[in-house]
Design a protein around this ligand. Structure first.
Ligand SMILES: *Cc1c(COP(=O)(O)O)cnc(C)c1O
Length: 374
């Protein structure tokens, strides 16, 4: 079976740089918030164009840090798509708030900004205060941040960009990281910029918000470690992971270009047989997933045919959140979630990484073409 994501190829490309960076941490022994963490935060801020980058233990914690710093809690509504990874809604519940689901656009698979007003209405009807909208830059493509900002302004919502999949992508020719009041990302190994364990970060231009998040990630510390001014978390990015990430960030721009080349070849080879993803003008995708859409009912046989040829596929996401046991109790906004339900049955993702050579890609393209006609 071909790898779906080839972390071993990336490791070969990195050579001994990561090993040396990790060895340095092993020698100085500052495992929590060591100098590599500060250095990586500065690199992350520079890369994304945000004033501050606050690292933490996971992408999920990054979202929690931002919601906590926003002051979101019980009685508040957090508007988010249903077609996403569960963490997007999970964090709303973790801070005591209520997620309200919004449908997606059928082409981009990202939140449909025209439906945000309906979710605000639903939240109010349920006695909730609409506080935040969490757009997700799904599969590596930026959400429609211009329209989202306009809707958020009209309804007095804060915007928390869930860029766990979209970090490194651009919107209006600007990198993700400064759209909305805060941007959260994940360094889970399979994400476009991944570490060798769990990790995450929040970017923001807001000084006060950044200070609050730095306090919350350290048990709510005040002037020093034993002065606790609020309830917080134990959520730091390990110094070792920061050292790994600094090395990976150096090759990230090249990897983004390589991923884009793979995506362009997929599109050329497949656009006449399946619905391939498109990238609107002014945007670039970081291709966290290369997700195609098939005809209704075709997916199971398609996946089996590829598997028989040693080509792995994955389904992101088979069940939208509003249908999942832990998440179905939360309200769906006015406007419904019909697109989310249809898409969940028809999408499938192909192998995607920066080290996919042309011969292997041709094998996948040929396999897909054969599997479609079958
Ligand atoms: C991966 C992911 C997260 C959570 O990241 P972790 O680092 O695994 O906690 C949140 N949102 C989305 C959309 C994701 O894909």
């Amino acid at each position: 079976m071909l790898p779906f994501i080839d972390l071993a190829a990336q490791r070969r490309r990195l050579g001994t740089a990561v090993d040396e960076a990790v060895a340095k941490v092993l020698n100085h022994c500052q495992f929590i918030l060591g100098p590599e963490v500060r250095a990586f935060e500065a690199e992350l801020a520079a890369f994304s164009g945000a004033k501050h980058a606050v690292t933490c233990a996971s992408g999920t914690d990054a979202l929690v840090l931002a919601l906590r710093a926003f002051g979101v809690g019980p009685g508040d509504a957090v508007i988010c798509p249903s077609f996403t990874f569960c963490a997007t809604a999970e964090v709303a519940v973790l801070v005591g708030a209520t997620p309200v689901y919004v449908d997606i656009d059928p082409v981009s698979f990202n939140i449909n900004p025209a439906h945000i007003a309906g979710a605000v209405e639903t939240a109010r009807e349920q006695g909730l205060t609409p506080k935040v909208v969490i757009p997700v830059d799904l599969f590596g493509l930026a959400a429609d941040h211009g329209a989202i900002a306009a809707a958020a302004k009209a309804h007095d919502l804060l915007v928390l960009d869930d860029a766990a999949q979209g970090f490194g992508a651009t919107y209006n020719n600007r990198r993700i990281g400064t759209f909305g009041h805060a941007t959260a990302t994940s360094f889970f190994p399979a994400k476009p910029l991944g570490c060798y364990g769990d990790g995450g970060a929040v970017m923001t231009d807001d000084d006060k918000l950044a200070d609050l998040m730095r306090s919350i990630r350290m048990h709510g510390q005040g002037s020093d470690r034993y002065d606790n001014v609020r309830i917080g978390l134990a959520s730091r990015l390990d110094t070792i992971q920061a050292a790994v990430l600094s090395e990976k960030l150096k090759i990230f721009p090249e990897e983004i270009e390589a991923r884009d080349r793979v995506a362009r070849r997929y599109a050329e080879g497949l656009r006449d047989v399946v619905t391939v993803p498109t990238v609107p003008a002014g945007m670039t995708s970081v291709w966290a997933q290369y997700t195609i859409r098939l005809k209704p009912g075709a997916r199971e046989a398609f996946a089996a045919a590829l598997k028989a040829e040693g080509i792995p596929t994955a389904i992101y996401y088979p069940i939208p959140l509003h249908k999942q046991q832990a998440y179905k109790q939360y309200p769906v906004g006015k406007g419904g979630v019909a697109v989310s339900e249809a898409v969940a049955h028809e999408v499938i993702s192909l192998p995607m990484h920066a080290y996919l050579d042309e011969a292997t890609q041709d094998r996948i393209i040929d396999g897909v073409r054969r599997a479609v006609v079958r």
